[in-house]
Design a protein. Structure first.
Length: 118
C-alpha cells in the first residue's frame, strides 16, 4: 500500500485560505473536485509548487513534480471546500493514512470555527 506524508505547505495554504474566508461550505465534492483537465490547466499557469499546495498528501517514494506525488486535494484551485476536507478525512481514514487524516480533520475544525459552525 502506498504511504503518504503530510504536505505541510498545503496545510499552511489551507489555513491562509480559511483565515481569508476563501472557502465553500456547501458543495458536492464529486461535482466540484478538479478533474485532470483543470489540473493540467492550473499546472500550466502556476507550476508545480502552487499545484502541490492544493494537496494534503505527498506520496512517499514518488518523484517530485509528477501528479503521482500529490494526493488528497481539498479545494478547487481557488477556495477550500468543506466537502473536500471531509473527503480527505474519509479517504485517509479508509486507507489508514493517519497523519493526513489528522491534518484534514484539524483543518475542518478550523474552518468550522472560522465559519461559525457549531
Amino acid at each position: 500500500m502506498a504511504r503518504y506524508e503530510v504536505n505541510e505547505a498545503a496545510v499552511a495554504k489551507a489555513r491562509e485560505l480559511i483565515a481569508a474566508r476563501q472557502y465553500v461550505l456547501d458543495s458536492e465534492w464529486g461535482d466540484v473536485q478538479p478533474d485532470a483537465d483543470a489540473a493540467n490547466a492550473y499546472l500550466e499557469r502556476h507550476g508545480w509548487a502552487d499545484y502541490s499546495g492544493w494537496h494534503l498528501g505527498l506520496k512517499v517514494g514518488a518523484k517530485n513534480e509528477t501528479k503521482a506525488r500529490y494526493a488528497f486535494a481539498y479545494g478547487d484551485f481557488r477556495r477550500v471546500h468543506r466537502s473536500g476536507l471531509i473527503a480527505c478525512i474519509y479517504r485517509a481514514s479508509e486507507w489508514r493514512h493517519k497523519q493526513v487524516e489528522t491534518a484534514a480533520h484539524d483543518l475542518l475544525q478550523e474552518l468550522d470555527r472560522v465559519a461559525g459552525i457549531e
